[in-house]
Design a protein around this ligand. Structure first.
Ligand code: EPZ
Length: 470
């Protein structure tokens, strides 16, 4: 009979929401965005810190003794949920504006609040640092966008390769170090370059005994941002951003200060907002190399995109080819540096306003096409078969004032990025578009209604029951 997990006995106390001094108003799923289009955008939009980097780095603070200070942490329901997960483990979490102070020295249990973990995929990533630092962990299977089966087999097999006993029991993954002391370094090749598994195994290996080699890993900028944070905390990680990462385990890591990298998916979404409304805007901060696959596609479609500063881009979607419409293009999503799956729905929205036939293939997640039926409600012409969509764009019929044939309607956001696609389509559509369940969108876009209004869009947020954002 396996030795019962000790710290587990201390099941997470029912914790109050941590003292996050953020918006008094919590976004709820039953919010509604109302957009009157078509819109013309202009001016500059500020890009917030990356949601996905923040989630991984917040989890990684569990590896560190002392206090860690993070800057540019976006105010999102997902980052608040991660704050609650850390608090449920008795870590101290203090937020003021976009700065977060975390001290995990007081962590007294290794089973985070199940309800919070079920809200976000990133919640599961704490299994790595908890197991590495405390020798055991029990984490519920995660939630997050319903865009595919999203198993955690690579996490479990990777942790076993670091000498842990890992079992799936009652909807949670229980893990403990075999020798009762530390994880033991090892070699693990991921069958698929999973972002979450790469990040979680990298965090665990930082405190393992010896040199770990992880191969066929994810190369996303968020993985590099996490490695940068961990190395600043005293870790020895080499190769982040390549397909092989080498980690020399340390006995402990220390608190540090770190600024979260700008959100490349938010940046890409605003580039697409400019394109779909045939507008010209500036966005910053952004690292062009983080969204080069999108920039390339938009340039082939007819966009002019240029650096307008050290970390800023100007996108002008005034058609250069003189025929006043945009050329369609084909997209197949794949791991970085391929075309990001998190920009697929928003790109499809643009393609419904382009000229000619375009093809979109989703190869990362098996169920990320729920936005198609909603776009069709606006009059988009899309044939869907499985994870492949054919988009019949506009012909030369339309006049240059209203480049889009989309017409406003009542829509429902099904998930985060699908919801963002509906916002973009609503900006281009003629008339009024209402998007319910808009809370999905605020999981990944800080103040999206205010930012778009700042660019000249006619957009409001409201909610049937919950408080309305001022
Ligand atoms: C991260 O999710 C992001 N989330 C996702 O962003 C993003 O879409 C995804 O990476 C891909 O870029 C966070 O960082 C919190 P994966 P993650 O593991 O880690 C399969 C957004 O909109 N897989 O790289 O969950 C899996 O089923 C979100 O911001 C296994 O088979 O993605 C999927 O098909 C959505 N076994 C593929 O790998 C495993 O153990 C890629 O998933 C793990 C994953």
């Amino acid at each position: 009979m396996d030795k019962p997990l000790t710290l587990l006995n201390h099941i997470a106390p029912s914790f109050p929401v941590p003292t996050l001094h953020l918006h008094d108003q919590v976004q709820t799923l039953d919010q509604k965005l109302t957009i009157n289009g078509p819109s013309k955008l202009s001016g500059h939009v500020h890009i917030s810190g990356s949601k996905n980097s923040s989630l991984a780095i917040l989890a990684a603070t569990l590896c560190c003794s002392g206090t860690t200070k993070l800057r540019d942490v976006p105010n999102l329901s997902d980052t608040r949920a991660m704050g609650s997960i850390l608090s449920s483990l008795s870590a101290e979490v203090e937020v003021s504006g976009d700065e977060v102070l975390i001290n995990a020295d007081g962590v007294s249990c290794v089973e985070p609040c199940r309800d919070r973990v079920k809200e976000i995929r990133g919640g599961f990533f704490v299994i790595g640092p908890l197991l590495a630092r405390f020798g055991e962990a029990a984490v519920a299977l995660p939630g997050g966008c319903d865009i595919g089966s999203r198993p955690v087999d690579l996490f479990m097999r990777g942790l076993r390769a670091l000498g842990a006993i890992v079992e799936l029991r009652d909807g949670k993954v229980e893990a403990r170090v075999r020798n009762g002391r530390r994880l033991v370094a090892g070699k693990f090749r991921l069958d698929y370059p999973s972002v979450g598994a790469t990040e979680t195994l990298m965090m665990a290996a930082c405190l393992a005994d010896g040199v770990t080699i992880l191969s066929n890993v994810a190369k996303e900028p968020e993985v590099i941002d996490l490695a940068h944070f961990l190395n600043n905390s005293g870790a020895h990680i080499e190769g982040a951003g390549s397909s092989k990462i080498r980690i020399l385990g340390q006995s402990q890591l220390h608190g540090t200060e770190c600024t979260i990298t700008p959100d490349r998916i938010e940046a890409g979404t605003f580039l697409l907002a400019a394109a779909i409304t045939r507008s010209c805007i500036n966005i910053s901060p952004v690292f062009p190399s983080h969204i080069s696959s999108l920039v390339h596609k938009l340039q082939t479609a007819g966009c002019r995109i240029r650096r307008s500063g050290r970390d800023s881009l100007e996108v002008s979607a005034v058609c250069e080819n003189g025929d006043r419409v945009f050329r369609g293009f084909n997209v197949t999503t794949s791991p970085f540096p391929g075309f990001p799956t998190d920009l697929q729905p928003q790109t499809m929205a643009l393609l419904t306003t382009c000229n000619g036939l375009s093809r979109v293939e989703e190869s990362v997640f098996e169920r990320r096409m729920t936005h198609v039926q909603e776009l069709q409600k606006l009059g988009a012409r899309i044939d869907l078969s499985g994870s492949r969509a054919l988009i019949y764009g506009k012909e030369k019929a339309s006049c240059f004032l209203f480049p889009s044939a989309l017409v406003g309607s009542e829509l429902t956001a099904m998930d985060l990025r699908g919801g963002a696609a509906l916002v973009l389509a609503g900006l281009a559509a003629e008339g009024r578009t209402e998007i319910s369940a808009a809370g999905h969108i605020y999981r990944g876009y800080e103040d999206i209604d205010r930012k778009l209004a700042g660019l000249g869009a006619d957009i409001q947020i409201s909610s049937s029951t919950a408080s309305v954002l001022a």
